[in-house]
Design a protein around this ligand. Structure first.
Ligand code: ADP
Ligand code: MG
Length: 364
């Protein structure tokens, strides 16, 4: 049975350095939550505070309502997997996976079915007798996973577990981790700096920057509705368009901008004259030879550069407001777009961004 973990105002300072500003977060029972952020943004600090290896400078952590802030790591019953495999080199795979059960005082007889089930889960039953040095990197990481899961932890914490592996192997293990998560229903807290990895695996992603959570949402919401310039730029590519509010009409803000008159669908009520920044994904812009007379968000431009990437082409278009990046699906047989073009997008395709995250630290 999994419980939710409530993180309340947890912070960590090292002298003058705020590794983690006061952070609030509820990790839901059974979810796959990823902490994503650039190097130094506080991901490991938060994960290690949860694991009990880093003592918070303040705040509390409640697991299913029970305060675990002062509990030593071994009493929290969390499984932990790091980037390095940290397997015991002198022990066989079987003994490595048995180790946490032995540490809990469980005899071999009682442990056998659990160790075997854990080895089955990662499909490595056939190498149970080998030493870690006789395994590939991917196999070693799967053994580390089995060892972290064998005692049925209250939660599994993974800190960049795949970053030492090559890209193809990483993809395979991402898929395996997702399958394992679905099968066993254990709460996963996953740390990575790899955007694609976070988007493809997680139920929710928390984006960290400089020791603060910027936004927590589902992968789709984070990508489609980023709240800040940082989130929009950190997850994929985005165009940023500056404009000034002129009014409101039919659920849309009307803007004046160097690109011309723009409309953006939003609930936000902003006064006329307010300067705003829009985020617009390159793949949400249509590149056309002609546009309908009643179309909104129409910008004239001239193709400056085309990068052919196979399934898509990235097109740089010079406009009166500056360059805009457009991603288009390629079409076998169609000549590359050149010369004068029209750009057009739906009012719902752009998002209104804030310069800074204005989430209070109490945001969940
Ligand atoms: P991430 O895992 O996102 O790369 P960390 O949580 O490791 O980031 O680090 C966050 C910040 O805290 C960084 O600025 C880092 O230099 C600092 N930091 C982490 N651990 C220590 C430590 N033991 N002593 C001093 N500063 C630390
Ligand atoms: Mg780290």
């Amino acid at each position: 049975m999994q419980s939710s973990l409530e993180i309340r105002d947890v912070r960590k300072t090292y002298g003058p350095v705020h590794a983690l500003h006061p952070t609030n977060l509820t990790i839901r029972a059974g979810e796959f939550l990823t902490l994503l952020g650039p190097s130094g943004s506080g991901k490991t600090t938060l994960l290690m505070a949860i694991a009990g290896f880093v003592e918070p400078s303040g705040g509390r952590m409640l697991l299913g309502g029970r305060d675990i802030t002062a509990l030593p790591p071994e009493k929290r019953n969390f499984g932990v997997v790091f980037q390095g495999y940290a397997l015991f080199p002198h022990l066989t795979v079987w003994e490595n996976v048995y180790f946490p059960l032995r540490a809990r005082g469980m005899g071999r007889g009682e442990a056998r079915p659990k160790v075997e089930a854990a080895l089955d889960l990662i499909e490595l039953g056939h190498v149970a007798g080998r030493k870690p040095s006789e395994l590939s990197g991917g196999q070693q990481q799967r053994v580390a996973l089995a060892r972290a899961l064998v005692f049925e932890p209250a939660m599994l914490l993974l800190d960049e577990p795949l970053s030492a592996l090559d890209k193809a192997l990483r993809k395979t293990l991402q898929a395996e981790l997702k399958t394992i998560h679905r099968r066993i229903g254990t709460t996963f807290l996953y740390v990575t700096h790899d955007q694609e990895e976070a988007l493809s695996m997680s139920d929710r992603v928390a984006i960290l920057r400089d020791g603060r959570i910027q936004q927590i949402d589902s992968p789709t919401d984070l990508y489609e509705r980023p709240r800040t310039k940082f989130v929009a730029g950190f997850l994929g590519r985005s165009n940023f368009l500056k404009g000034k509010v002129t009014g409101r009409q039919d659920g849309r803000l009307l803007l004046d901008s160097p690109y011309g008159r723009l409309e953006v669908a939003t609930e936000e009520q902003l006064p006329a004259g307010r300067q705003v920044t829009l985020g617009l994904r390159p793949e949400r812009i249509r590149l056309c030879r002609a546009v309908a007379a009643d179309a909104t968000n129409v910008v004239a431009g001239r193709v400056a550069d085309v990068s052919y990437l196979g399934p898509v082409a990235e097109v740089e278009v010079e406009t009166a407001g500056g360059r805009l990046g457009v991603t288009t699906l390629t079409d076998a047989g169609a000549p590359p777009v050149t010369g004068d073009v029209w750009l057009q997008w739906e009012a719902a395709s752009a998002v209104l961004l804030q310069e800074q995250s204005n989430l209070p630290d109490g945001h969940r």
